[in-house]
Design a protein around this ligand. Sequence first.
Ligand SMILES: O=C(O)C1=CC=C[C@H](O)[C@H]1O
Ligand SMILES: CC(=O)C(=O)O
Length: 294
Amino acid sequence: MSIPSIASYTLPTENELPKSKVDWKAEASRSVLLIHDMQQYFLDFYGQDSPLIQQLIQNISTIKETCTKLGIPTIYTAQPGDQNQEDRALLTDFWGPGLDDDIEQTKITDQLAPTEDDMVQTKWRYSAFKKSQLLEWMQENGKDQLIICGVYANIGCIVTAVEAFMSDIQPFIVADAMADFSKEQHEEALVFGAGRCARPLMMKQLIEDISSEETITVQSIKVQVAEMLEVSPDQLNEQDDLIESGLDSIRIMMLAEDWSSKGIDISFIEMIESPTLEAWYQKLVPEYETIQVK
Ligand SMILES: O=C(O)C1=CC=C[C@H](O)[C@H]1O
Ligand SMILES: CC(=O)C(=O)O
C-alpha cells in the first residue's frame, strides 16, 4: 500500500529529454522555485547513500543557490506528520497513513534545509496548489512561472505542473532535479509534461535562462547588498544608512559598476549621497513605489 523501495538510477540526460512543445524561457523576475516534498520520509525509500538522491540534492542545491543570487524566491512543500483521516482522506487508500509526526521523517533533508528567507508550505494533496495559498501568493507577487524540482516526478511534481498550467502559470520541470520510483516513470512524467502543460529542461539550461535576464529587482538588489554585508536579506531595512551598516566605498563602486553594466543610469556619487536601499530602489527599479513609513 505504501511507497516501494526505490533502486537508484541515472538521472535523465540532455539527449533523453523529450522535445518541448513550447519555447517558454524562465525569467528571474517572473519565477518562483518550488522544492517539492524533499522530506526525509520520501527520500528514505531510496535507501541510504543513494547515488541518485545524492546527485538530486546536489543539483537542487545548485539551482537554489542560483535562484537566491538572482532574487528568485524559494518555496518548499512538506507534508505534516500524523495526518488525521479527515485531512488525509483518499491518500490513505493509496499510500497508507503517511508520515509520522517525527522530525526525522517530516524534515526537509538536511542538505536542503530551508533558511529564514524561504517559505515552507504545508502539503495536503498531490498538487502544491491544493488547500494552500500558493496561487494567491504568486498572483499577488506578479509571479507567473514555476520552476519545479524534487520528488516524485510522476506524482506531485507533474500534478502541480498541471494545476499551475491550468492557473495560467508556466511550469518548468527540471529533468535532472527531480526523482521518481523508476527511470521509466521519471521519463513518463517528462513526456506527459512536455506534451500537456510544461517546458521540460535540464538544470544547465534553466540556469543559463534565469541568469541571462539583466532585470534588476528590489529583491535582487537586497540579496546583492546582503551578501556584501554578510547578513540575511531580511535583516536589512530599506531606510538604514548602508555605509553606517558597513558597506564600504569599494563595494558600493562594485555595485555601481555592476548596475551600470546592465544599462542602469546610476553613479557612485549618487549612491553614497543617498546610501539607503530605498534610495537605490527608486533609481534602479522604475516600478518601485516608496514604502510608506508609518
Ligand atoms: O503518503 C503520501 O501521502 C504520498 C506518497 C507518495 C506520493 C504521494 O504524492 C504522497 O501523497
Ligand atoms: C512525494 C509526494 O508527496 C508527491 O510526489 O506528491
